[in-house]
Design a protein around this ligand. Structure first.
Ligand code: CA
Ligand code: CA
Ligand code: CA
Ligand code: CA
Length: 352
């Protein structure tokens, strides 16, 4: 885990997404791939026993593509392991998975190797979020390479919490005005917060109606972070007022420019300081009915934008005691389009 701390979050994010998309299941143990396979070589050799020559020539650095049943199995640990993985994915002469970075997934090398690794924290230990097969463990999340992992907390919201339509007034204490998910966190060992990421599953017809806030635990004046504030709309204050951009032909003040894109629980959105896209842009390019994050690469991850709110930032939560009740609230400040908070996940990275 120590090597993780100097690496770039942004790089992790991209690669983490690639890794998350990969199918489950690390083949390492199945094929007995040894350490020497990590730097491995060309791959793609025949699946027959005739591959033994080429496999053995690169054996010390990995080699690859040979059949696990071929005579190449005698030519060295690296070739044996990589060859087996190659045959499992490509089969025979069609070629193994060899080439860059070795012939197959190497769990424990700190890189998320396709196919199959969800994470790789640089070890083969269980119960640290990324298990010995490089699968993310239950109730955990991971990001980056080498992966950093931490606990994830998701309350059971059952049918969801309706978001009161057009009732948000700027505060989250009146639960008639906002939909809030309470997330109790209990972590032993005196660990402190290093990083906070929030993922939300929301069904809503119009993202531009919404303001989203996260309150951290704490008895006195706990941190309150505004994650999103009416994307697309340049509000004048965080008070839910319907500020106009123009007068319509009947002289009614009309709002201008709030994002028309919709949100779907099937396409959760994530708030992360390291995301590449401003939350103020969520759904801004979409027509009514089009859904944020669908299809990709419409962004799913956003860095928070507090709009005109007085707000702490996610980075301000660093060093906090994670224990207690976290609260995520969603408010709606525009009539007509409405929706429901269907799911919330609080993802934490903690000090060792
Ligand atoms: Ca790996
Ligand atoms: Ca591990
Ligand atoms: Ca805004
Ligand atoms: Ca609304």
């Amino acid at each position: 885990m120590t090597t993780a701390q100097g690496a770039s979050w942004r790089g992790w994010l991209l690669l983490g997404l690639l890794g998350t998309a990969a199918a489950a299941g690390c083949t390492l143990d199945r094929f007995g791939l040894g350490p020497k396979g990590q730097d491995g070589g060309a791959g793609g050799a025949s699946g027959s026993s005739s591959s033994s020559t080429s496999a053995s020539s690169t054996g010390s650095s990995g080699g690859g593509g040979a059949s696990s049943t071929g005579s190449s199995s005698t030519s060295g640990t690296g070739a044996e392991g990589a060859g087996a993985a190659g045959a499992s994915t490509g089969g025979g002469a069609a070629g193994g998975a060899g080439g860059q970075g070795g012939g197959g997934p190497v769990c424990g090398n700190g890189k998320i190797d396709p196919p199959g690794e969800e994470c790789d924290d640089g070890d083969k230990d269980d119960k640290d979020g990324c298990n010995k097969n490089c699968d993310i463990e239950k109730d955990h999340w991971c990001k980056g390479e080498p992966s950093e992992c931490g606990p994830a907390f998701s309350p059971d919201l059952k049918a969801g919490i309706p978001i009161p339509d057009d009732l948000y007034k700027g505060g989250i204490d009146d639960k008639n005005q906002v939909a809030c998910a309470s997330i109790p966190v209990a972590v032993a060992g005196g660990k402190k917060v290093e990083k906070v990421v929030v993922a939300l599953a929301i069904d809503h017809e119009q993202a531009g109606d919404l303001t989203i806030k996260l309150r951290a635990p704490g008895a006195d004046d706990p941190p309150l972070v505004t994650l999103m504030s009416r994307p697309g709309l340049e509000e004048q204050a965080d008070d839910g007022a319907n500020y106009g951009g123009f007068l319509d032909p009947c002289c009614n003040l009309q709002e201008c420019c709030s994002s028309k894109g919709a949100l779907s629980k099937d396409y959760p959105v994530t708030f992360d300081d390291d995301a590449a896209v401003d939350a103020e842009l969520m759904g801004k390019q979409l027509a009514p009915g089009e859904v944020v994050c669908n299809p990709k690469p419409t962004p799913c991850e956003f860095f928070p934008n507090q709009g005109k709110a007085f707000s702490d930032e996610l980075i301000d939560l660093e060093g906090l005691d994670p224990n207690g009740t976290w609260t995520i609230c969603v408010g709606d400040s525009k009539p007509a389009q409405k929706g429901t908070l269907k799911g919330a996940t609080l993802k934490l990275l903690l000090t060792p």
